[in-house]
Design a protein around this ligand. Structure first.
Ligand code: GGG
Length: 356
């Protein structure tokens, strides 16, 4: 159709339940696109652990140039019980995040109507936060090495890397997001600068400098241990939370479970400058314990796909997909076991399709 917007999406199911949640999200995307008169072209890349067993690498050497041709990437999960996690993660997801400089990892946590909160006294809508995780450096910088490798006196050195450029851009992103969300207009910065006396002291200092440019936004600075406690004690007080790569990863599992299930937690790995395709994924991993059983919750991936369409400039499609998720949850329809239901992935998808 003339004038129809076209988007090229790379699908990377990866491992385990990635092979169940990606086809599920694709069906919802296709229905939402038809309603929005947008054309989606999908290219599937079968990279991951099975590829590793065959080729000795998680993806081919030309993976990044091939992915770069697409408008966005939708990834399922990475991880296999027979391959060490540092090989799978460093072989697939991290090279894409770093290679495309996807420095902002945005992980919203929202308590949906109809979802049981494990904490007492919280109703639908009362928890609404987003963890903004620095995604290219910090504790994930892979700077270090082994000395006397595999000898009894071996030494491992692992260095965190915090650059002023990297810290400032993620903090600025968090403040801009707080303005845009118009929710609580609050940014909480998480470090451990009493113990990490260089990188995280730099982070705290840059946070104060950037905060001074956003007088309309309230701020707090928390040590990560206090933040973990307060995610449980007062989760409704958080709006935007900005943290280093590792702390953001850990805290976003906590925000996910506080809002009901990691099966509901989406994630966007953004290049805000749009020089490269951004990558969207559920926060959860490959879940080998349930892989192949047809009970994986597809909602986190559907919500990640909605974030992808929002990023691509299709807010109508994004809100239609999110509304379908809301309706399924609020109606207690076709819920998977992580949400206390008995439905399989396919039944959840059918319920979603009825609402899109
Ligand atoms: N959904 C992608 C996935 O499998 N994530 C699991 C994981 O271990 N991720 C590590 C990270 O995000 O740093």
């Amino acid at each position: 159709m003339e004038g129809m917007k076209r988007y090229s999406i790379a699908l990377l199911p990866g491992d385990g339940i990635g092979h169940e949640v990606i086809p599920a999200a694709r069906r919802v995307l296709e229905k939402a696109a038809a309603a929005a008169e947008a054309a989606l072209e999908f290219a599937s890349y079968e990279w991951g652990s099975e590829y590793y067993f065959e080729h000795g690498v998680m993806m081919p050497p030309d993976a990044l140039p091939r992915l770069r041709q697409h408008d966005a990437i939708l990834l399922g999960a990475v991880g296999h019980p027979d391959i060490p996690d540092h090989i799978t993660l460093n072989g697939l997801l991290l090279p894409i995040r770093r290679g495309f400089d996807l420095y902002a990892n945005v992980r919203p946590a929202y308590l949906y109507e109809g979802v049981a909160c494990p904490l007492k006294g919280y109703e639908g809508g009362s928890i609404n936060m987003v963890v903004v995780r620095e995604n290219t450096e910090g504790e994930y910088a892979q700077a270090g090495g082994f000395v006397h490798h595999h000898f009894p006196d071996e030494v491992a050195i692992q260095t965190s890397v915090f650059t002023r450029h990297g810290v400032e851009r993620i903090i600025r992103f968090a403040f801009d997001l707080a303005r845009q969300r118009n929710h609580g207009k609050r940014v909480a910065s998480i470090t451990k600068s009493n113990a990490q006396g260089f990188g995280m002291v730099l982070w705290d200092r840059v946070f104060r400098e950037v905060a001074a440019e956003y007088p309309d936004i309230q701020t707090e600075s928390l040590l990560v241990d206090a933040a973990a406690m307060n995610f449980v004690r007062r989760p409704d007080s958080f709006d935007v939370v900005v943290a280093s790569n590792l702390f953001g990863d850990i805290l976003s599992d906590l925000s996910a479970i506080v809002t009901g299930s990691i099966g509901l937690a989406p994630s966007a790995n953004l290049d805000p400058a749009r020089r490269a395709p951004s990558l969207f994924e559920p926060v959860h991993g490959s879940a080998p314990d349930i892989a192949g059983k047809g009970v994986a919750n597809p909602l986190a991936t559907v919500l990640a796909a909605a974030m992808m369409m929002e990023h691509l400039g299709e807010p109508g499609m994004a809100s239609a997909m999110e509304a379908a998720v809301r309706a399924v949850l609020a109606g207690g329809e076709a819920l998977t076991p992580d949400l206390g239901g008995k439905a399989g992935t396919g039944e959840t998808v059918e319920a979603l399709l009825r609402h899109v």
